[in-house]
Design a protein around this ligand. Structure first.
Ligand code: PEP
Ligand code: MG
Length: 893
């Protein structure tokens, strides 16, 4: 039997685990309903219904009937009918996707009001003013979000009404003014949308539902999804909920609450409350809220009940929850809850606090944090002792230290940031239209709104620095300037610094200092020390959970002793990539030049002989720094022209010299060599193993330097564990030739020094052919290290040095990929080659050691992939090692 799909769920039917189907909001409303908490009755239309609509362009036939049935039930429960003239049932229609998503249609309140029912509501509530205010809000929200009317038009009309009555807040408008405003709003709708505001309640509801579905594919919603890597085909649910009113007088109100401080993780009373207001007023920051703690004096009964509910929720969800609530004439109602967003620091603290409270275990604690948050905690901060002048202090809404030029609109933010400027977006308050500007900015500063204002919530979600509600600042967006106390004027383009951890705002550039978390990783601060604070203690514990769970080892990409030592302090278990070309820079360049220019064997040998002791010294230092740990040294990889002067510059120099008749012999030879080595596609040219095959003695010299350095470290009672790695191999034959040569050199050094060096020889897998023939290559390689930079370049045919600046923006905008494949491993393409090579390689050589040393080795999502395909280690730059350790731990639980 074909079970009919169910498109509508009553709040009593769902639960918190049905987020895919009911969206986050709907699932949690259902969960609260079933916990017996006071939730106004309602129902949820599923994401499946939305998907059908988005795919086919029409709503599923059964949807209308199901909605009717649920509406009937709701009307029965409430004892009144939707839009009923003498006593209307009113509902809200709210979007609610699986992930909360700014940019989607949010809410239309008061659906069911009309010219007729507004009078019934006035009589029932005994409040004319309230009824007309509710009606004008409906037309305003409906006009803007459902009918697409420019919201400013309503705002302007509202402002004009206030001005006419010489009042500043909308609560001072009386019923007569509001009634006039309703007329005005209806005119705006008619003019702008080309239709009358619908008087039929059911039509209002149905149009609002369709508008929610459509908003899934709005531009801002799409942009946000790409940013946050949310798949585009999930669809949104729609919640229809009976209205309760926070704007029925002083014994009513609305607020938001957190079960803990989302900035620090501390337990306590956190949130904002606004008396005599509807929900949207709090988030929009239209009037100033009072701290939640003040509710105790305003309405003790509701306050106590709220505290109790918050405890219930936290114990039930075992996590920080945020809550939206409304009090209607002394009766508390829960409108929403969800596991709350939090700052990176709070995430670490809360995870360890919950472990201490016995609510979650170590594995769960690892799921509560992530590498991106840890990376954020490693950012530098402002120097507290700065002499730069503080001009204001706002609310510390999202941490970080941001410096940039002041801009006052999103358009300029985007334009300037595209041309490489760092900008701080300054607004009185932000709204969803500012999303692109917020993405473009280094940080966001607002003069209005609290911790739950749009700016604060969105910035926290993006991990962007934000100071909000800096009320001493007068922001004038029209004139593109802001005035601080004492008459300091900041014009567009002036540099400002904002501290999202303290809320301080400065004019000019404030110097930055390292984060305490980095001080801790560096070993300059002990986790238990007093100055280290709770954050460092929490990071320390989470890192030990991760290290305890992870299977992947973590190595560093490092080419000198200094980086190697830092990497070791950060927890590196070896070096996965030492790029020896970095040892050929600076004054040594001349020697490399000599090697390249050598006409005869003698000249070449001479040049190599000069390089040998220098290379050897580098390796001795490196092996000493990494004593007892593996060090993978890669033989020379880049095209040789990289060591020579730029062809154009040199040509000009030679031409000029020739015209003066004093051309220098060496320059002429250089120019000749540059011409000879010039390639159209150097990345596909003479580089990697190919250099070893065509320049006699080059690789042998490097192998000798490694072997002699290892022998010397042994002599000094050290424990060198060198691994020699051959780059850009495409076929096993290449590797065999180089390997034979290397083996011979090693044997020679071992004989001369009387030691067994236990050097291993392996290869990078960074060409598609190498991955495809990994089974053969493994016959000559003791280890593979995936060079996913070159592998991505060659699999996609994308020049890694060019494409990110040229067409990747277009690709990202078109949604071809959500993130650059050079940043996060392309699992389907590059990743499947990696998988293939792992399988074939291990089939040939079961004890083959496998690692990755491309940039992906430090990317959180990629680390999970490498864990899954069974690599032994990832290798990344020293600063990303803590992130890789954490993500390797998270991947293993
Ligand atoms: C790689 O290609 O992934 C790699 C690590 O080598 P390089 O970045 O030096 O080419
Ligand atoms: Mg490479």
């Amino acid at each position: 039997e074909n079970k009919k799909q169910k498109f509508v769920y009553d709040f009593t039917e769902g639960n918190k685990d049905l987020k895919d189907l009911l969206g986050g909001k709907g699932a949690n409303l259902a969960e609260m309903t079933n916990l017996g908490l006071p939730v106004p009755p309602g129902f949820t239309i599923t994401t499946e219904a939305c998907k059908v609509y988005l795919d086919s362009g029409t709503e599923p036939a059964e949807l209308r009937e199901e909605v009717s049935a649920h509406l009937d039930a709701l009307e029965q429960k409430m004892g009144k009918k939707l839009g009923q003239a003498d006593d209307p049932l009113l509902v809200s229609v709210r979007s609610g996707a699986k992930f909360s998503m700014p940019g989607m249609m949010d809410t239309v309140l008061n659906i069911g009001l009309s010219d007729a029912s507004v009078k019934g509501l006035a009589k029932q509530a005994g409040d004319e003013r309230f009824a007309w205010d509710s009606y004008r809000r409906l037309i305003q929200m409906f006009g803007k979000t459902v009918l697409g009317v420019d919201g400013e038009l309503f705002e302007d009309a509202l402002d004009a009404a206030k001005e006419a009555k010489k009042v500043t807040v909308d609560t001072d408008l009386g019923p007569a003014e509001l009634q006039k405003l309703v007329k005005e709003f209806k005119k705006i709708v008619k003019r702008e949308a080309g239709r009358d505001f619908p008087q039929d309640a059911r039509e209002q509801m149905d149009l609002a539902i369709t508008a929610v579905f459509d908003s899934w594919n709005g531009d801002r919603a799409k942009l946000y999804r790409r940013q946050e890597r949310i798949p585009g085909d999930l669809g949104t649910a729609v919640n229809v909920c009976s209205m309760v009113f926070g704007n029925l007088g002083p014994d009513s109100g609305t607020g938001v609450a957190f079960t803990r401080d989302p900035a620090s993780g501390h337990q306590g009373v956190y949130g904002d409350y606004l008396q005599n207001a509807q929900g949207e007023d709090v988030v929009a920051g239209i009037r100033n809220t009072v701290p939640l703690a003040d509710l105790e004096n305003i309405d003790k009964k509701s306050y106590d009940q709220l505290m109790q509910i918050m405890e219930t929720l936290e114990t039930h969800y075992k996590d920080l929850c945020d809550i939206e609530f409304t009090i209607e004439r002394g009766q508390l109602w829960m409108l929403q809850t969800r596991v709350g967003k939090r700052t990176a620091a709070a995430a670490f603290r809360i995870a360890t606090q919950l472990v201490d409270q016995g609510l979650i275990d170590e594995a769960e604690a690892l799921q509560r944090v992530n590498g991106a948050q840890l990376a954020q905690l490693m950012f530098p901060r402002f120097d507290e002792d700065t002499k730069v002048e503080k001009i204001a202090r706002g609310i510390a809404a999202s941490p970080g230290a941001a410096v940039g030029k002041a801009v006052f609109d999103s358009y300029t933010a985007i334009k300037w940031s595209r041309s490489g400027e760092k900008v701080i977006l300054i607004r009185r308050e932000t709204n969803p239209d500012d999303l692109d500007g917020m993405i473009a900015a280094e940080g966001i500063l607002t003069s209005r709104g609290g911790k739950t204002s749009h700016a604060a919530v969105v910035a926290r979600g993006m991990g962007k620095t934000c100071v909000c509600g800096a009320e001493e600042l007068e922001v004038d967006t029209k004139r593109r300037r802001m005035t601080a106390p004492g008459g300091v004027v900041i014009e567009e383009g002036d540099v400002v610094s904002i501290d999202g951890s303290s809320g301080k705002v400065y004019v000019g550039e404030v110097p930055v200092v390292p984060s305490p978390v980095v001080e801790y990783f560096e070993g300059r601060m002990h986790a238990g020390a007093e100055e280290a604070g709770e954050l460092v203690a929490a990071v320390h514990r989470i890192m030990s959970f991760a290290d305890g769970k992870r299977r992947l080892r973590v190595r560093a990409n490092a080419d000198n002793a200094e980086d190697a030592l830092r990497a070791r302090r950060f927890g590196a278990q070896g070096i996965g990539l030492c790029r020896t070309e970095h040892m050929f820079l600076g004054e040594r360049r001349e020697m490399v030049e000599k090697l390249i220019l050598a006409d005869t064997d003698d000249e070449r040998e001479e040049a190599l002989k000069e390089l040998l002791p220098l290379q050897k010294k580098d390796f001795i230092e490196l092996f000493e720094a990494m004593d007892g740990l593996p060090v993978t040294v890669r033989l020379l990889d880049p095209p040789l022209h990289e060591f020579l002067p730029d062809i154009t510059e040199l040509s000009v120099r030679v031409a000029l010299a020739e015209s003066r008749k004093d051309a220098n012999e060496n320059d002429l030879r250089l120019l000749q060599a540059v011409h000879k080595l010039h390639e159209q596609n150097p990345m596909l040219g003479l580089r990697g193993v190919r250099l070893g095959l065509v320049i006699p003695g080059l690789f042998a010299m490097q192998v000798r330097a490694i072997a002699e350095a290892a022998a010397e470290r042994k002599e000094a009672k050290g424990d060198p564990r060198a691994e020699i790695m051959i780059p850009l191999v495409g076929t096993v034959q290449e590797l065999e030739i180089v390997k034979d040569e290397a083996d011979a050199v090693i044997a020679e050094v071992e004989a001369a020094t009387g030691t067994n060096l236990k050097l291993t020889i392996g290869t990078m897998i960074e060409l598609p052919r190498a991955a495809l023939t990994a089974g053969q290559i493994a016959e000559a390689a003791q280890f593979f290290s995936f060079g996913t930079n070159d592998l991505t370049q060659t699999v996609w045919g994308f020049s890694r040095d060019d494409v990110e600046a040229s067409f990747f923006t277009a690709y990202l905008e078109k949604g071809i990929f959500g993130v650059s494949p050079f940043e996060t491993i392309d699992k389907d393409g590059v990743g499947s080659l990696v998988k293939h090579a792992v399988k074939q390689g291990r089939a040939t050589r079961p004890d083959l050691k496998l690692g990755v040393c491309g940039e992906h080795g430090g990317d959180p999502e990629s680390v999970h992939f490498f864990h899954e395909v069974g690599l032994d280690y990832v290798s990344c730059s020293p600063f990303r090692i803590p992130v890789a350790r954490l993500e390797a731990g998270r991947a293993a639980v």
